[in-house]
Design a protein around this ligand. Structure first.
Ligand SMILES: C[S@@+](CC[C@H](N)C(=O)[O-])C[C@H]1O[C@@H](n2cnc3c(N)ncnc32)[C@H](O)[C@@H]1O
Length: 425
């Protein structure tokens, strides 16, 4: 795992290497440092360390296991508890959620280690990736930036208050859970093997970006059952990397809002949507299973694949779905249930799930819960292939799939694969 380290003298050579390797890449979005920077790198490095020692700034480097620098993240203290955040991430690590996850860590470090209460970050108008990283981390636009502050380009200042506690503002979930999923998704970004195993066994397009273990046949079925009108709003709740919802929206010509609490997954979902649906058709927002942030009665259809069991309790997620659906709006949900009540082999999360009863308790009507043994059989293929695949390179996404596969195969007959459909009254 890459590690965020406070700047030290011995980081010098790896930082210089990072700056040289990525010079052209950085120059495309931010001002080039100029030849002088490289010629006098050693003096500049020493000056930065002295400035840090004097308490004027804190410079962090994200260091890979092999010692290579993947990113630089700096806090400059400007007084009254305010710090300016600046960062740059290597091209090899771009688009993998590295910046988003590290800025999140830094928000916490700024408060807990440096007494910062407010963070400011300036970004140019054409640097969409950086704007997204800031928005995903709870920053909000705070006004125009003087081009002189941003290397001559027009831009915007973003601000965010930070606290030393583990939870982010507006988040009502346990930060550890969201972080767990962020890591889970970050591991997937570096593993082609996991996606290939899922694609082969579940008949998925290779670039779909699923995170659930859902057969491709579910897509046309869900699209048909949801009956979202063309131009209507589909919510994909706990969308992960978004693949299933994007495809259902594409087929229904619906507008899509995907909601998940993993910001790494949301970043990937945006990239996948950009490839598969028209610009503006899909949007991905941070939110939770029990607090989506959508207005009441705003959605024509909601889908929630392989995720409702993570809500505590699941019925609270079903109530939230009921709230955001308009009258007559439809819900499609996939998960697993115990084959026999009270079977101790059933994971805790699923043990008390009774979709029929829970959906009615949440106020739904026309509730249908059905088994899908063919999907379950395809899932067995995933677990069998994953557990039989050698993992010499310590591919973390594959390891996680193998662990889950081992557990699932040990008690395979304890679970039924189910799909539920229901209508909001
Ligand atoms: C198994 S994945 C399924 C993702 C996607 N629906 C799919 O089928 O590919 C479960 C997802 O639930 C999300 N999740 C878990 N608990 C959540 C919560 N309380 N609020 C929002 N998202 C949650 C995770 O981040 C993850 O993306």
């Amino acid at each position: 795992m890459p590690e965020l380290q406070l700047l030290r003298a011995d980081h010098g050579p790896a930082i210089l290497d990072f700056e040289i390797t990525n010079r052209a890449y950085f120059a495309a979005s931010i001002t080039d440092r100029g030849d002088e920077f490289f010629e006098h790198f050693a003096e500049r490095h020493e000056a930065l360390l002295a400035d840090q020692q004097a308490g004027h700034r804190a410079c962090y480097v994200l260091v890979a296991e092999d010692g290579a620098v993947l990113g630089r993240f700096n806090l400059v203290f400007v007084g009254d508890g305010v710090a300016e955040l600046g960062y740059r991430v290597a091209q090899q690590a771009a688009g993998r959620g590295v910046a988003t996850a590290t800025v999140r860590d830094l928000c916490r470090l700024a408060a807990s280690q440096h007494g910062v209460t407010t963070l400011k970050a300036g970004t140019t108008k054409d640097n969409a990736a950086s704007q997204r990283v800031l928005l995903n981390n709870g920053f909000t636009p705070a006004g125009p930036a003087d081009p002189a502050e941003l290397g001559g380009k027009p831009g915007t200042w973003y601000r965010r208050d930070v606290t030393a506690g583990p939870a982010e503002p507006r988040q009502k979930w346990s930060a550890r859970d969201a972080e767990y999923f962020d890591r889970w998704y970050a591991d997937m970004e570096t593993s082609a093997t996991k996606d290939a195993i899922l694609a082969r066994n579940l008949n998925l397009p290779r670039d779909l970006g699923s995170a659930g273990i859902l057969h491709w046949d579910a897509v046309p079925e869900i699209a048909r059952e949801l009956r979202v009108p063309s131009g209507g709003l589909l919510l994909d709740l706990a969308c992960g990397r978004g693949g299933y919802g994007i495809e259902v929206a594409r087929r229904s010509r619906a507008r899509l809002i995907g909601v998940d609490f993993s910001i790494v997954a949301l970043e990937r979902a945006r990239a996948i949507a950009a490839q598969r649906v028209q610009a503006g058709q899909a949007e991905f927002r941070s939110g939770t299973l029990t607090d989506t942030g959508l207005p009441a009665a705003s959605a024509d259809g909601v889908m929630c694949t392989d995720s409702v069991q993570f809500a505590e309790p699941p019925v609270a997620a079903l109530r939230e779905i009921r709230r955001v659906l308009r009258t007559g709006g439809r819900l499609a949900l996939t998960t697993w249930q115990a084959a026999s009540a009270g079977d101790p082999r059933v994971p805790d999360r699923l043990r008390h799930l009774d979709l029929g009863a829970d959906l009615r308790a949440a106020g739904f009507q026309d509730v249908v819960v059905e088994d899908r043994p063919a999907w379950r059989a395809a899932e067995r293929g995933v677990w069998e292939e994953a557990t039989a695949t050698p993992n010499e390179d310590n591919d973390l996404a594959l390891s996680s799939l193998q662990e889950e596969g081992k557990r699932s195969l040990e008690a395979f007959d304890a679970l039924r694969r189910v799909v539920a459909y229901a209508t909001a009254p």
